[in-house]
Design a protein around this ligand. Sequence first.
Ligand SMILES: Nc1ncnc2c1ncn2[C@@H]1O[C@H](COP(=O)(O)OP(=O)(O)O)[C@@H](O)[C@H]1O
Ligand SMILES: [Mg+2]
Length: 311
Amino acid sequence: MIAIENLTKFYGPRRAINNLSFTIDKGEVVGFLGPNGAGKSTTMNILACIIPASSGTARVCGFDVFEQSLEIRKIIGYLPETPPLYQDMVVEDYLKFAAAIRRVASRNIPGALDRVIDACRLKDVRKRIIGKLSKGFQQRVGLAQALVHNPDILILDEPTIGLDPIQIIEIRKLIKELAQSHTIILSSHILPEITQICKRVIIINEGEIAAVDSLEGLTTSLHKSERILLKVRKTLDEIPSQLKSLEGVLSVHSQEDGGFLIECDHNTGLQDRVARLSLDRDWGLVELKPLAMTLEDIFLKLTLEEKGVEV
Ligand SMILES: Nc1ncnc2c1ncn2[C@@H]1O[C@H](COP(=O)(O)OP(=O)(O)O)[C@@H](O)[C@H]1O
Ligand SMILES: [Mg+2]
């Protein structure tokens, strides 16, 4: 449904994306993950026909983004990083306007409005001025404008950025609902966001693809090793050496706060044995928990391992 081939974009002398290629099938919900400046918005802007690429091609349902942008605009709904909202407009007037510029036939506009107001739960604020709404509601209005012409594909650029935790949960829930009937590309620099919503992830770093994989595949390949954090009350010299002697432990690092970071082979069920050891030795167990890979770890692994740096 979406096919990107050797896509490159220069802003003046600066290369924002370099030779990107990937495809997305109908109905997929794909996460576009990368740190700030990775080239996520640039790629999305090209797909949404907002800016042209410097070279390479991007096709949506067989239409070329450069040659047939009008066709693509009909089938794509786009929520840019900064939602294109008119702060002084009333919600429903703005959505009417968004429908009109998306060429929704006038007789269909009332129905389209009801549909998106319902889908994005905007009923209570439909007569309110956009600028007076909370950021969470403004983001929902942004989503509603992306949906107003009933597109098959949704491109959402960091849709939860700048929202408070409750608003984030609400927007994620909305996106999950939309995922049932749309093809979605969702960008984020937050890993858990992608893991909650998407089935497949494209990791982009410095304008290049660092990995494309299913979520399970990526997690398994990254989790050849695991990390466990142990905190105990007592400070004893024997602790690191005792921990190191457990089977499957690769390394033990003492933390500044007195905790121990234990790196171990995957699937060795080490947590039970660490707990038993600390109880048997009477270290005063305070905390024992697995540490999830952070996005930073993943980037370090993916980007540095490639360059042959030991992480
Ligand atoms: N309009 C622009 N003019 C010049 N450089 C830009 C412009 N937009 C983005 N860039 C640069 O291109 C790179 C990729 O940016 P962007 O696509 O916004 O990344 P992301 O969305 O992943 O944070 C960055 O280095 C950014 O500074
Ligand atoms: Mg961006």
